[in-house]
Write a protein that binds this ligand. Structure first.
Ligand code: SF4
Length: 494
């Protein structure tokens, strides 16, 4: 379809909103009138303080046309997107549950609306101005409250540590991460070498943190699947962290053991001995057919066994990841998965919405229609209600571009079992020092709004070959903190 942006600057917002209704269509953005076209055309035009939005189908029939005058400059954007939203809901017959919100953190918007108004008024604006439905408003509200509690734990000198292990047993067809499926060569050559360099980077980063007198709040290993490391490699990495950082202040230490086929009793023991307090075992679905279809080389039973083994080893804080909208999954299938997960009583259940990314390899070519979005939406509503009925509440939420229906990923937890790292990272409460291939260090200045990022090389070979350059880049962490120290606030945190 063609999206005409004429005389205004809201291309980004208009395109993102249109994408919610046409997730798989190529949207051609143009900046002047196209005349008659064989494609549908959505025109957005600003002229003489009026915004006009018009929709023509491929036969050039005008299906929607509305003009609204603008009284204040500050209303321009809101009026433009509101008219686009009105046009597209009318044309497609689809009403997104998040209304016209396109941002990745709805709870952050709600928090600021509540801060700038009364709590009730903030909620009302959130719902009515952006057309968010009742359930999603309540979800965002619950998340906003849980986030506030965790955000308050972060201090100016706090930081968290992220460790990237970008390897997996096989590649899931929906995967959008940079992760490498295990091959003989990878196991024999690349992984040992990767661990060697990772340890060096851990040591280097630990020194920076000590020099800056920072306080480590949480540690998180992701990827990939960190438990693709052998028992010895896992022990080496855990040991390097123990030797390089002061772990006495750590509130939470998570390792993702996502693929159950990588979990062994010995690895669990190594993690437990190393002070790991939280792990994630991810069934995604309890349907063997669907697991096979999406290329996960494990069964539902393996996920169950891995969970029970982790309990036996003494893990009392376990997350399970599930996905709504997997290919061939039905509403009934998804409800069975939720019920089964609840039956295991994990401390966290994270419900993702399937997102189709360019780098994923979904066989059917991502033919995601409004119907699939509706189904995923119903699945999420079911998850929200049944998890609530079973003592879980949502504490963390974000949206990914290209997820079905522009729907969300939500972390649910039992009382006081929020994953701290998820909130620290998502809300940019403090710096996250990241190590490993593909890792991104996110710097947040303690006393100012200064934010910066340091990117590590994406792929393991690049990471190893460019290691010295990478360490050089990391030196800039000192400068970043120094700048904040001598900045306008001029406050010392030693
Ligand atoms: S387990 Fe996760 S990181 Fe690994 S391939 Fe599957 S989706 Fe990607």
């Amino acid at each position: 379809m063609i999206l005409e942006i004429i005389n205004h600057e809201y291309q980004y917002e208009a395109e993102k909103l249109t994408r919610i209704f046409y997730p798989n269509e190529k949207i051609n953005v143009v900046f002047e009138k196209t005349g008659n076209s064989i494609e549908p055309v959505l025109t957005t035009l600003l002229k003489d303080n009026n915004i006009k939005v018009e929709f023509k189908d491929c036969n050039n029939n005008i299906l929607f046309s509305k003009t609204q005058s603008i009284k204040a400059d500050s209303d321009k954007e809101l009026i433009t997107v509101t008219l686009i939203y009105e046009a597209l809901t009318r044309i497609t017959g689809y009403t997104p549950k998040w209304g016209m919100l396109t941002g990745i953190r709805p709870s952050k918007l709600l928090r600021s609306l509540k801060e700038n108004n009364s709590a009730e008024e903030g909620k009302r604006i959130f719902k009515e101005r952006y057309f968010v439905d009742e359930e999603k408003t309540n979800l965002a509200d619950s998340v906003a409250s849980a986030e506030e509690k965790v955000i308050s734990l972060s201090r100016p000198e706090s930081f968290s540590l992220y460790v990237s292990i970008p390897f997996c047993p096989t590649r899931c067809s929906y995967c959008s991460f940079v992760s490498h499926a295990m091959t003989e060569e990878l196991i024999e050559k690349l992984m040992p070498e990767y661990v060697e360099y990772l340890v060096k980077e851990i040591e280097y980063t630990g020194k920076i943190a000590k020099d800056l007198n920072l306080r480590l709040e949480s540690v998180y290993y992701g990827g990939g699947t960190p438990t693709t490391l052998s028992e010895n490699q896992l022990e080496t990495v855990i040991g390097a962290i123990e030797n390089s950082f002061d772990l006495s202040t750590v509130r939470e230490y998570t390792i993702e053991a996502g693929r159950p086929d990588t979990v062994t009793a010995e690895k669990l023991r190594v993690m437990k001995r190393g002070g790991v307090s939280r792990i994630s075992i991810n069934p995604q679905t309890f349907s063997d057919e669907i697991l096979k279809k999406v290329g996960r080389r494990h069964t539902a039973k393996q996920a169950e066994d891995a969970f029970l083994l982790a309990r036996e080893t003494g893990f009392d804080n376990i997350n399970m990841d599930l996905i709504a909208g997997l290919p061939d999954d039905t509403f009934e299938g998804f409800t069975a998965t939720i019920q089964k997960a609840i039956g295991f009583s994990p401390e966290n259940i994270t419900v993702h919405t399937l997102a189709l990314k360019r780098s994923s390899n979904m066989g059917e070519g991502g033919k995601v229609a409004v119907e699939k979005s509706r189904l995923a939406g119903n699945m999420l509503d079911y998850a929200f209600n049944s998890l609530k009925d079973n003592g879980y509440y949502p504490y963390y939420m974000y949206r990914q571009s290209k997820s079905l229906g522009n729907l969300e990923n939500t972390g649910y937890c039992k009382q006081n079992r929020e994953c701290l790292y998820n909130i620290f990272m998502m809300e940019e409460c403090h710096s996250v020092f990241a190590v490993g291939a593909g890792a991104v260090t996110r710097l947040k200045a303690p006393y100012s709004s200064l934010i910066d990022r340091i990117f590590n090389y994406k792929y393991p070979y690049e990471y190893i070959n460019g290691f010295d350059t990478l360490l050089e880049r990391k030196k800039s962490i000192y400068n970043f903190y120094e700048k904040d120290r001598v900045g306008e606030h001029n406050v010392k945190y030693e």
